[in-house]
Design a protein around this ligand. Structure first.
Ligand code: GLY
Length: 610
């Protein structure tokens, strides 16, 4: 079915939509009270509906995607629409110059599928690309700024693939709301303004970026000013007319290559051939069970799914279910399960098309039992803890460190009338990616290549698993001649779009931005839903604690609780305060036919349905 696209999507929002305030879990009054104080009276209400729900971190994206659902489109159509509008409304976080991971439940087949639209390394990328003359990694700001950091973008190809294989509207139709928004403009909200302020000096290095985000005198655009992007509207119109080949093989490809190779800050090495051979990849999801639920997540090259699941498997082996949720006993087990899983993540996980990754060994329940034996419920593990020995491990060298990973990116979740469910984490890596807007095209390029381990080899010369090029140099996903080409390795991600099934049907969908914090953030919300049985909005709002094989990081409401903090410190945890961790957009699909959508108040998201 190909529904007509409305001429102006805002006008079709139904008056009958009434957001229902989320109901607090009566067993957890403290958490709700704290969150109320923390996020203020504007803290989000969840939205209850029957036919479809969209939750994104951007109001125009939620409204445009909802409009497609209401006019007969499915969740896959709505996902593409949301992504294109996000390229306009949250250009600093994601877009067609970046990459994305999509996890979806296809109601027709009953299958959960991964779609990998991750950026990839150009063939000529040197493993030393991010090292200085002294052989040491450049300061992160230098690594991340300019053309060398940009991977071959995958988001547009992934959305096109999604529409062609599961959608009901054309790419041209899916682009229309974004084209209208880019031309008509919108008042800049405070989070967007704040992001421009903090990136202004970086953006000023690139004239095409300054033209869009700064005033002629170099000052940043301010909250409330109307943001228009006619270049991006033209770009989308060209793609609508000619299809994605114009982006990967045609005029836009040439402009991308020129922008990267002629960059005066740090020119990169992408060629037309790199763009032409990009393809999104459908993969099998990773899976585990947890307390009666089936958990599905993103496979390699994201470390997100495996690490979330290994931590859950470890928790299952402990008395975590007996400890009061949010107590020191419970946070202790939760932190050390994360620490153990993170040690394995850093050691083993990377692009499995290039290196051997022991996914099934890491996810075996027997392995989790052995890992859990290391946890002492009275005394914190000394971090960093060592990685384990999962079945199938190879002799790959250890990743040396937790690479600096930016906390930008964005997440959205959508469920439709037929109960197709899709959860998408999408990124250009750091805020404003590598800083380069492709001149005349209106979109930013990513700096995803900094998600590789840039200190790339051991003292005796072996490349690390997540080095920019692999020791197995065959692109196993490639076709024909491409299979022998260099390049194509995809940097390890932490993005963790997750779908939870109960009795074979989707029950929750969720995910978050936040670089390497995404894994812990996803675990927090998942545990709030399953272990504490919280309402989905309460689960999203509740304060978070993460651990990444180092200090325990507590959001302010936990941190301010002195008795809790002292107890954790006495057990040996180093406790650090974090203002905000992540921005989760989640949906609950109740077995009795209702959907409840929640958006995260940490980023002013919006969940709406009908
Ligand atoms: N760039 C964020 C991630 O891929 O995890």
């Amino acid at each position: 079915m190909r529904p007509p696209i409305r001429s102006f999507f805002y006008t079709s929002l139904p008056f009958a939509l009434i957001p229902l305030l989320s109901l607090a879990d009566p067993s957890d009054p403290d958490v709700e009270h704290e969150v109320g104080n923390y996020f203020g009276p504007g803290a989000q209400a969840s939205f209850v509906a029957q036919n479809g729900i969209v939750s994104t971190s951007s109001h125009p994206a939620t409204m445009a995607a909802l409009d497609i659902l209401r006019t007969g489109g499915n969740a896959f159509d709505a996902a593409a629409v949301a992504q294109f509008v996000l390229t306009v409304s949250e250009p600093f976080a994601s877009g067609i110059g970046g990459g994305a991971f999509l996890v979806f439940y296809d109601a027709k087949t009953g299958e959960v599928v991964n779609l990998d639209g991750r950026e990839e390394a150009p063939a000529a990328l040197s493993p030393e690309a991010f090292l200085g003359k002294d052989g040491k990694p450049l300061p992160f700001k230098e690594q991340a700024t300019g053309g060398m950091a940009a991977g071959v973008p995958g988001t547009l190809a992934a959305m096109d693939h999604l529409l062609k294989t599961r959608g009901t509207i054309t790419l041209a139709q899916a682009l229309q709301p974004a084209i209208r928004l880019a031309r008509a403009g919108f008042a800049i909200p405070e989070p967007f303004a704040a992001n421009i302020r903090s990136a202004a000096s970086r953006l000023s290095k690139f004239p095409a970026s300054a033209k869009i985000f700064l005033h002629p005198d170099g000052s940043p655009l301010k909250v409330g000013e109307i943001f228009v992007n006619p270049d991006l509207a033209d770009t989308f119109e060209l793609i609508a007319k000619e299809g994605i080949d114009v982006f990967y093989k045609g005029k836009i490809a040439q402009d991308i290559v020129d922008a990267i190779r002629k960059d005066t800050v740090r020119p990169g090495v992408i060629t037309l051939k790199d763009l032409a051979r990009y393809r999104p990849v459908e993969r099998s999801p990773v899976h585990t069970t947890y307390r009666g639920f089936d958990i599905y997540g993103m496979n390699m090259p994201s470390s997100g799914g495996v690490t979330v699941m290994e931590a859950l498997n470890i928790l299952e082996q402990t008395v975590y279910d007996k400890a009061p949720h949010g107590s020191a006993d419970s946070l202790h087990l939760f932190a050390d399960a994360q620490n153990l899983a993170f040690a394995d993540r850093n050691r083993f996980l990377a692009d499995a098309d290039f290196v051997e990754v022991p996914v099934s060994g890491l996810l075996s329940k027997e392995y989790a039992r052995k890992r859990a034996e290391k946890i002492d419920p009275k005394k914190a593990l000394t971090t960093p803890v060592d990685f384990g020995s999962p079945e199938g491990m190879s002799e790959l060298p250890l990743s040396p460190r937790l690479a600096k990973e930016s906390e930008c990116t964005t997440h959205f979740s959508i469920v439709d009338h037929d109960r197709n469910a899709i959860t998408v984490t999408t990124t250009i890596e750091q805020h404003f990616g590598c800083g380069i807007v492709v001149p005349g095209r209106g979109f930013l390029l990513n700096n995803e290549l900094t998600d590789f381990d840039v200190a790339n080899r051991t003292d005796d010369g072996h490349l690390f698993a997540n080095a920019p090029t692999g020791e197995i140099r065959t692109r196993r996903t490639a076709l024909g001649d491409d299979s022998k080409t260099q390049g194509g390795k995809r940097p390890r991600s932490s993005m963790s779009p997750t779908i939870i099934l109960q009795d074979g049907k989707p029950r929750f969908v969720l995910g978050s931005p936040g670089g390497a914090t995404i894994i812990g953030v996803t675990l927090n919300v998942l545990s709030n839903l399953i272990d504490a049985k919280m309402d989905v909005q309460v689960a999203v709002n509740a304060p978070r604690m993460i651990a990444r094989n180092g200090a325990m990081e507590l959001e302010t409401p936990f941190y301010r609780n002195e008795a809790l903090r002292t107890d954790l410190e006495k057990r040996g945890f180093q406790v650090n305060r974090r203002q905000h961790l992540g921005s989760v957009q989640a949906i609950e699909i109740s077995p009795d036919g209702w959907l409840r959508g929640a958006a995260d108040p940490r980023r002013e998201g919006l969940a709406l349905g009908f």
